[in-house]
Design a protein around this ligand. Structure first.
Ligand code: PEP
Length: 266
C-alpha cells in the first residue's frame, strides 16, 4: 500500500526561545500548506519551546504537527523535571519521540521505560515515534537485525493490533504508532546507512510488526529512517520501499534544509 510519508525534525537541546521562534517562523514562511496533502510534517522542539513553536504554526494556519522529544508515563505528580502526556496534549502535541538512542545512552532509558511511555501516549490519544537502532559494535558482530527487532517488540509489547494501527489523535484524524530506525553509528556522525542497509533493516522491522499485529496493520504503519539524513541522500533513502520518511536531527535546524527534505517527500 502507499503510505503517506512523514518528515520529522528533532531539534534536540538546541535553540533559545527566540531562536526557536525564528526557526519556526522561517519554516512557516517557506512552507506551502498544500504539501501536507501528500506528506505529514512534524517538528519536535525542546519542551519549553513547544507552545511558542505551535503558536507560530497555528497563527499561520500551517498544518505542521508538533511533538515532544520525550515524555513521562505518569499523568502528574512528584516527578521533578518530567513532562506528562496531558501536558503535551494541552499544548497541541500529536506525539512524542520515545527511546531515542541519546535518551537510552545518556539517561538510562530502558526498553521497559519505552513501552510504558508508548502505553501512556496511546492511552492519552497521542502516537509515539519509537526509536530503535544498533551500535556499531552490535552491527559489526552481525547481531543488528536481532537487536533492533527485539527493541521493536519491547517498545510495542502489549499493544493490540488496533492500538498500534489506530491511535485517535483528533476526531477527524487517526494516526498510527511509528518506528524510527536510527542506527546509532549514523546519528550526528555524517555517516549515513546506505539505502540498502536502511531498507534491509526497515523491511525486517515491518516483518516484526506483521508478526505482532498482522500483515495488514504492519503494511499501514510508517517506518522512518534517521541518521545523518540530508538533502544529498534523502531521495535515495525515500526511494526504498520500506522507508516512509525521516527523523532528522542536524538538518532540521536549518529552515531551508528542512523545507527541502519535506519537498523531497512530495
Ligand atoms: C536524530 O538524532 O534523531 C538524528 C537522526 O540526528 P542526525 O540527523 O543529526 O543524525
Amino acid at each position: 500500500m502507499a503510505r503517506k510519508p512523514l518528515m520529522a525534525g528533532n531539534w534536540k537541546m538546541n535553540n533559545t526561545y527566540a531562536e526557536a521562534v525564528v526557526l519556526a517562523q522561517t519554516i512557516s514562511n517557506n512552507f506551502d500548506k498544500h504539501w501536507t496533502d501528500s506528506v505529514d510534517v512534524l517538528v519536535c522542539p525542546p519542551s519549553i519551546d513547544l507552545k511558542p513553536v505551535n503558536t507560530v504554526f497555528e497563527f499561520d494556519h500551517q498544518p505542521i504537527q508538533i511533538g515532544a522529544q520525550n515524555v513521562y508515563w505518569e499523568p502528574k505528580g512528584a516527578f521533578t523535571g518530567e513532562v506528562s502526556v496531558p501536558m503535551l496534549k494541552d499544548v497541541h502535541c500529536t506525539c512524542s519521540i520515545v527511546g531515542h538512542s541519546e535518551r537510552r545512552g545518556y539517561f538510562g532509558e530502558t526498553n521497559e521505560d519505552v513501552n510504558r511511555k508508548v502505553r501512556a501516549l496511546l492511552d492519552g490519544g497521542l502516537y509515539a515515534v519509537a526509536c530503535v537502532g544498533e551500535s556499531l559494535s552490535v552491527r559489526d558482530e552481525g547481531g543488528a537485525e536481532e537487536f533492533v527487532c527485539a527493541q521493536v517488540r519491547a517498545a510495542f509489547a502489549g499493544l493490540e493490533p488496533e492500538e498500534a494501527g489506530k491511535c485517535v489523535v483528533a476526531e477527524d484524524k487517526i494516526r498510527k504508532m511509528i518506528i524510527a530506525y536510527e542506527p546509532i553509528w549514523a546519528i550526528g556522525t555524517g555517516r549515513t546507512a546506505t539505502p540498502e542497509q536502511a531498507q534491509d533493516m526497515c523491511a525486517a522491522i515491518r516483518t516484526t510488526l506483521a508478526d505482532m499485529f498482522g500483515a495488514e496493520t504492519a503494511d499501514e504503519m510508517r517506518i522512518l529512517y534517521g541518521g545523518s539524513m540530508n538533502v544529498g541522500n534523502v531521495e535515495q533513502l525515500l526511494a526504498q520501499p520500506d522507508i516512509d520518511g525521516g527523523l532528522v536531527g542536524g538538518a532540521s535546524l536549518k529552515a531551508d534544509q528542512f523545507v527541502q527534505l519535506v519537498k523531497a517527500c512530495l
